[in-house]
Design a binder for this molecule. Structure first.
Ligand SMILES: NC(=O)c1ccc[n+]([C@@H]2O[C@H](COP(=O)([O-])OP(=O)(O)OC[C@H]3O[C@@H](n4cnc5c(N)ncnc54)[C@H](O)[C@@H]3O)[C@@H](O)[C@H]2O)c1
Ligand SMILES: O=C(O)C(=O)C[C@@H](O)[C@H](O)[C@H](O)COP(=O)(O)O
Ligand SMILES: [Zn+2]
Length: 352
């Protein structure tokens, strides 16, 4: 078991390991004596783990209530957040109690958002059960819901008070959902760690625990340096400007991590075509994606994707902040005039 500290304004720890849940619950119960917990999850995860988590907490003296909503991006919405807040109020959850975000990134983002706004802020802990949620969404305090205009367009920064990353949850994770996490994991290698990237060109599953821990450590360091996403943290958006557009364009048939994978490839192609990195860089990304069974192209006209990306929160006046890749392990957010960005992307090749 490894403990990774996250030294943000509200500091907390990420507990990482295989089968480390009981140790985490013991600590949680010791710290939260006299409090109540509201577990918030999606219906699938509820069926798999909802009652076990409730029993684990109640068995340690923490009374629980539980709310489960249907999963998927269409339910990552204000309406769901409102239902959760009404539920919390009916259950008498007060500012001295806490929420438990149990599941993938969708329950994580929505529950975090509710924790931030219910009673103007209550504590929450993250118990992520997907690879993507363990290595990315459960750490860093970005909470959000979608609106018709696009992904994560309403939300706020609200750090959790503890995170449990127990890879035993992956025993029930479908291969397709695991693959979404692989997409974001490759992002960590691409932006900050060439050695991690190489490890992921090998046997991902065999190296699972060190990969999970390394991604979390990178995320913690980036978030500590720029908690509010005004500079360095934007690097975590590598592949996302086009990735979010692909998700929306596909009606969410292409899920987040897979869309980010294609977005990374498109950006790497464009960077190579514009002379910002060697052609070996997009070739390495494509190879890494292929070895992990991830698609690297999406058949849609670039113009349509750019029109959606124009509504992204990274657009600022007439400019946008894409993340460019210079080498494997070295990415940087930049500010570009919108027209220049469109031309820059048009030079890339990984699309129809
Ligand atoms: N806040 C952040 O920093 C951040 C970072 C990355 C992604 N995100 C967001 O995260 C979301 C994607 O997260 P996700 O890929 O975890 O999706 P998800 O939450 O929809 O989970 C994917 C599917 O897996 C199921 N599932 C979850 N855990 C399971 C388990 N252990 N066994 C079996 N099934 C399980 C869920 O019910 C769901 O059907 C997106 O909305 C994305 O925008 C947020
Ligand atoms: O934590 C961050 O910062 C990230 O950018 C992580 C991303 O993987 C995540 O998908 C995030 O939600 C995207 O950022 P957003 O600001 O576009 O919502
Ligand atoms: Zn992401």
């Amino acid at each position: 078991m490894e403990i990774i500290p996250v030294k943000t304004g509200r500091a907390y720890e990420v507990t990482v390991g295989h089968g480390c849940a009981d140790a985490f619950y013991d600590q949680l119960a010791a710290r939260h004596r006299g409090k109540r917990a509201a577990i918030v999850t999606d219906e699938t995860v509820d069926g798999l783990y909802g009652e076990a988590v409730r029993r684990a907490l109640e068995g340690r003296g923490i009374p629980c209530c539980k709310f489960a909503f249907p999963g998927g991006e269409p339910h990552k919405r204000m309406e769901t957040a409102l239902e959760i807040c009404e539920f919390l109020h009916r259950e008498g959850i007060t500012r001295s109690d806490f929420l438990v975000a149990l599941g993938g990134g969708i329950p994580g983002d929505v529950t975090g958002f509710c924790a931030a706004v219910y009673l103007r802020g209550v504590e929450y802990v993250q118990i992520p059960t997907t690879l993507l949620a363990q290595i990315d969404s459960s750490v860093g305090g970005k909470t959000a819901v979608n609106i018709d205009g696009g992904k994560n367009l309403v939300g706020c920064f609200w750090q959790p008070s503890a995170v449990l990353c127990d890879t035993a949850f992956f025993d029930t994770l479908p291969e397709e959902t695991f693959a979404d996490g692989v997409g974001e994991a490759i992002k960590y290698g691409a932006i900050r760690d060439a050695q991690l990237f190489e490890q992921m060109r090998g046997d991902f599953r065999r190296n699972l625990l060190p990969i999970v821990a390394r991604c979390i450590a990178i995320k913690a360091a980036v978030v500590e340096a720029d908690e509010r996403d005004t500079g360095e943290r934007m690097v975590l958006n590598f592949g996302h400007t086009l990735g979010h557009a692909i998700e929306k364009h596909s009606g969410f048939a292409v899920t987040h991590g897979k869309a980010v994978a294609i977005g990374m490839q498109m950006m790497a192609d464009a960077c190579a075509q514009n002379g910002l990195c060697a052609p070996e860089v997009p070739a390495a990304i494509r190879d890494c994606l292929e070895r992990n069974g991830l698609a690297w192209r999406y058949d849609a006209p670039l113009e349509g994707l750019l029109a959606i990306a124009a509504g992204d929160k990274k657009r600022d006046g007439t400019s946008i902040s894409p993340v460019l890749i210079r080498a494997i392990g070295r990415c940087e957010p930049v500010s570009m005039e919108w027209g220049a960005f469109a031309q820059f992307m048009a030079a890339g090749g990984s699309r129809a």
